[in-house]
Design a protein around this ligand. Sequence first.
Ligand SMILES: Cc1cc2nc3c(=O)[nH]c(=O)nc-3n(C[C@H](O)[C@H](O)[C@H](O)COP(=O)(O)OP(=O)(O)OC[C@H]3O[C@@H](n4cnc5c(N)ncnc54)[C@H](O)[C@@H]3O)c2cc1C
Ligand code: SF4
Length: 330
Amino acid sequence: MLRLPPIPVHRPSTVSEAVDLLVNHAGARPLAGGTDLLVALKLGHHHGASLVSLGGLGLRGMDTSDGALAVGAGTSLWELARAPLPPGLGALGEAARLVAAPPIQSRATVGGNLCLDTRCWFFNQSAFWRSGRPACFKAGGDRCHVVPRGDRCHAVHQADLAPVLLACGAEVRVEGPGGERWMDLEDLYSGDGRRPLTLSAGELVTEVRVPLPEGGAVAYEKLRMRAALDFAAAAAAVYLERRDGTCTRARVVLGGVGSRPLRVPEAEAALTGSALGEDALRAAAEAVRAATRPVKNTDLTPAYRRRMAGVLVRRAAQRAWARAAEEVTR
Ligand SMILES: Cc1cc2nc3c(=O)[nH]c(=O)nc-3n(C[C@H](O)[C@H](O)[C@H](O)COP(=O)(O)OP(=O)(O)OC[C@H]3O[C@@H](n4cnc5c(N)ncnc54)[C@H](O)[C@@H]3O)c2cc1C
Ligand code: SF4
């Protein structure tokens, strides 16, 4: 059995206290629901860390009074999954329900999901298991066991909310030593499996804002080994806007096939201006397959995940299209 090592936990009551603690304690890490971070600590990652609990910062809650859906970073996935969501955004709740299983959803937070670390068969193992090989890039070493001649870490981004929120054009509020700023969610991700977020030391995600769709809707599809629990081996979120039977805007985002949620502009171009007929769907699926290069570091083979990425985009596009039609006639 893996045990949690003794580890100091700070319990600030304001965001600025939390930021100060993160800046002034080397190795301090934000602790939200802990459903991923505590597992990582048990596996021997982040040696010598201390934790800064975000639970007392009042970052919980949802609001639509300002022309957008605002979700506090401390809102649990359980709350998001059961909240009445604005028209067209129901897939946010569906994605929350697809994370792990209900006991985990009740602790896991929206901010923790967006800031989830990337994963890899060779890294998400105990320290003892990993000691059988030289350290890889993500563990501070100088090689990758998955892509041996590669020069970077290819660990996979598998958070379920990120593709959906990114497809909806969400922004995040970041608070840190330099004050507060807003950024496109897309810019939160670096694409480097070793250090997947662009946040600077001491910065926290405190809120997500999603524009309310106008004649649009989003849908999410996830492929995983066990429907009751597993991370995405591939996933697709598609947001579509529909006017007079024509798709006027499309955003296509993949999860589980690379080190960041991956937007596919070629697939978006294939859908935009179409009536979502067979030719457009086939072109979008082909564009997705061409843009995707998964490697062998999670469940299922890379070839299957790549093929399924196209299938998932097709399914998500069809569901988003039908939902957008409901929004138009509402
Ligand atoms: C068995 C199991 C199955 C799982 N299956 C899935 C799955 O199917 N899909 C999925 O997406 N996830 C899955 N997870 C991972 C995890 O449960 C979720 O991603 C969850 O949403 C993480 O949120 P948390 O609040 O628990 O984050 P934590 O574990 O507390 O934190 C995760 C990371 O984010 C950082 N962080 C947290 N909050 C912030 C913030 N506000 N600002 C900056 N950094 C922050 C932490 O420092 C840490 O690095 C699974 C976990 C387990 C144990
Ligand atoms: S992809 Fe390579 S460098 Fe990254 S965690 Fe896996 S083995 Fe390590």
